[in-house]
Design a protein around this ligand. Sequence first.
Ligand code: UTP
Length: 408
Amino acid sequence: MTYEEAKKKLALAGQEHLLKYYDELDAGQQENLLGQIEKLDLSLLQLIGDGKIETAKGKLEPLGAVTIEEIAEKKDIYEEKGLEAVRAGKVGAVLLAGGQGTRLGLDKPKGMLNVGMTKELYLFEQIVANLMQVVKKADAWVPLFIMTSEKNNADTTGFFEEHDYFGYNKDYIYFFVQEMAPSVSYEGKIYMEGKDKLATSPNGNGGWFSSMARAGLLEKGKELGVEWLNVFSVDNVLQKIADPVFVGATIVSGCICGAKVVAKADPNEKVGVLCMEDGKPSIVEYYEMTDEIIHSRDEQGKLLYNYGVILNYLFEVNTLVKIMNENMPVHVVEKKIPYIDENAQLVKPTEPNGYKFETLILDMIHMVDNCLSFEVEREKEFAPIKNRTGVDSLDSARELMQRNGILL
Ligand code: UTP
């Protein structure tokens, strides 16, 4: 793209400020900046109005879950079926590690967080340890696909290498990098991170499968015989990965997707709830529900919209291939975005100062025809680290880890 072309493209969207420092840059930097402008998807900017662009929800209906008690009754059958699939190489794991962890405020990948107290124990290490339990039980390696972003790929891959992949077989680890989207001010102006660099952020966890495809990993999966992908987040230290009971239950149910859920701690808990929307499974955020829906109960007094998701899903690969090119809703999310000010000084805000654009994995659930809602014990499988203090923090996760016998 030439300077003139870039100028024209930006003028149409009121973003000419991105070329402010062009004349000060050397040839390489100029080329770099023009390359970024060429790739820029300016249509995203139309999503910013009053900051509330979420589409209205359809007709909601409750969706029950296979409960902990029901699962316990059939555990052996499910587990055997799941182990069989793992042994046959049909199950892959996908670690979503492209996020920026802005709430925690780390300047390195979240997975590099040391959760240990008397020894070093990194999040990545604990995740690998959780997966190793299945590897040992099945006596088979589970392919582990790890999504990073441009911002943290080098640190992440370096960290794994430095720690010898935490004992995992590195031939079964595949890194891939997700796409980026521009970050903008509340007025819709794209921020700059440097004189030759637009401020960009990872484009959410919804594009994981298309990013995997772009990285050529679908062929790899096919070669390995992977039929199911268990996708999970980097920050839930207690989660089970490629859990044979979950895999087996989903296969036995005939569903093409499964979601691990926990019973809500109270009706107003701020979690996404798995339910039905216009006849298809869907995850609805707490703020998208009316009070009436939130509090509705069955004859036994149990909440009808009772099951919150914990970002641990199992998808059939064939289904993912079918839905891969469908458009996903783009969410406009308020974030703290580092930027250069009018004096070209880098500012790292302590409060949100604009928006980034994200697609979310939870929207994929509404793109599939059915989904097994699979209840797990919160105290045993859900200890996310999202915040610096209080709820879902390092302290709360440590406490839960210790209660589960993990030596810190
Ligand atoms: P979160 O929604 O908690 O986002 O991600 P985050 O970036 O980790 O943290 P905050 O919101 O900025 O504080 C849930 C999971 O999705 C991954 C994260 O790494 C985490 O495992 N994720 C998120 C991506 O892989 N890419 C993204 O663009 C966003």
